[in-house]
Design a protein around this ligand. Structure first.
Ligand SMILES: Cc1cc2nc3c(=O)[nH]c(=O)nc-3n(C[C@H](O)[C@H](O)[C@H](O)COP(=O)(O)O)c2cc1C
Length: 234
C-alpha cells in the first residue's frame, strides 16, 4: 500500500509540537486530521500502512547514507512522544559516530575475550567489525532503578520500548531501514565503561538506521486471536 504524500513536517511545525498533544485542546487525531487535511479513515489506514510496512533491516542489509541531520532530529523527537509514567524520562540514546566506532569495536572484542579467553583471531575480528556496519548507530540506555522508587523497572522498560518503536516507525515513514541489535556485550564491563553507564542504567540494545540495500521477505505476523482474549464476567 502506498503512503499518502503529505509532508510529515506538517506535524512538527504545529504551534504545540507533536509531543504535547495531551495538553492540546483538541485530540491528537483531530489535530492531525486538520493539520494534514486528511480524513479520519485515511489517517487510520495511513497509520496501519506505516505500522505494517516496517520491517527489520539488519546492519548487513543497510547502506549509507544514514539519515541526514534533520531526519536524525525528527527520529529522536519521535521518542519523546512515548508514554512515560510521571515523566521521569527513564531512557536515553547515545550516538556512536564514525570516529568512535573503533573504540566500540574494541569494547566488543574485550567483552568476547572476557567471556571466552580462547576466542580465535577471526572471532575477535568479527566482534570488532560489528561496530562498523550501521550507517547511523545509537545505543539505547534505560535507567531501571533509583528515584523515583514507585516507578518500577518494567514500566521504565515499556516506556523505552515505546520510544524505540516510535523511532523505528518514523524512520520507516522516511523510507529508511532500521533494526535493533543486542548481544552479550551489552552487559559487559567494557561496554558499560565505554558508555559511562551509571549503576542504575542498562544498555538495552543498539538501534541501526540507514538506507535499505537489500529488502527482506514478508514476515508472517501473529494473528490477533493468538494474543487477545476477554476476561470472562462470570
Ligand atoms: C531488543 C531487541 C533486540 C534484538 N536484537 C537482535 C539481534 O541482535 N539480531 C537479530 O538478528 N535480531 C534481533 N532482534 C530481532 C529483530 O529486531 C526483529 O524484531 C526480528 O528480526 C523480526 O523482524 P521484524 O522486525 O521485521 O518483524 C532484536 C529484537 C529486539 C526487540
Amino acid at each position: 500500500m502506498t503512503l499518502p504524500s503529505f509532508k510529515m513536517d506538517s506535524i512538527v511545525l504545529m504551534e504545540d509540537g507533536p509531543c504535547t498533544f495531551a495538553g492540546y485542546p483538541r485530540t491528537a487525531r483531530h489535530t492531525i486530521v486538520h493539520t494534514m487535511n486528511v480524513s479520519p479513515p485515511d489517517l487510520a489506514s495511513w497509520a496501519a500502512s506505516l505500522i505494517h510496512s516496517r520491517r527489520t533491516a539488519l546492519p548487513k542489509r543497510l547502506c549509507a547514507p544514514g539519515p541526514d541531520g534533520a531526519q536524525k532530529h525528527q527520529i529522536l523527537e519521535a521518542a519523546a512522544a512515548a508514554p512515560d509514567h510521571d515523566q521521569i524520562l527513564p531512557w536515553r540514546f547515545v550516538e556512536v559516530p564514525e570516529p568512535s566506532r573503533t573504540a566500540l569495536g574494541l569494547a566488543f572484542e574485550e567483552a568476547l575475550i572476557t567471556r571466552d579467553p580462547s576466542a580465535s583471531e577471526e572471532e575477535r575480528s568479527q566482534a570488532r567489525d560489528k561496530a562498523l556496519r550501521s550507517p547511523w548507530l545509537l545505543l539505547a540506555v534505560v535507567r531501571t532503578g533509583g528515584e523515583p522508587l514507585d516507578i518500577p523497572a518494567p514500566e521504565r522498560l515499556l516506556s523505552a520500548g515505546a520510544a524505540i518503536q516510535n523511532m523505528l516507525l518514523m524512520a520507516a515513514a522516511m523510507g529508511l531501514g532500521s533494526s535493533l541489535t543486542s548481544g552479550k556485550a551489552l552487559s559487559s564491563t567494557a561496554l558499560r565503561t565505554l558508555f559511562n553507564l551509571s549503576a542504575h542504567e542498562q544498555a538495552l540494545c543498539f538501534l541501526n538506521f540507514g538506507h535499505i540495500a537489500q529488502a527482506r521477505q514478508e514476515r508472517t505476523r501473529p494473528r490477533v486471536a493468538q494474543y487477545f482474549s476477554t476476561l470472562p464476567s462470570n
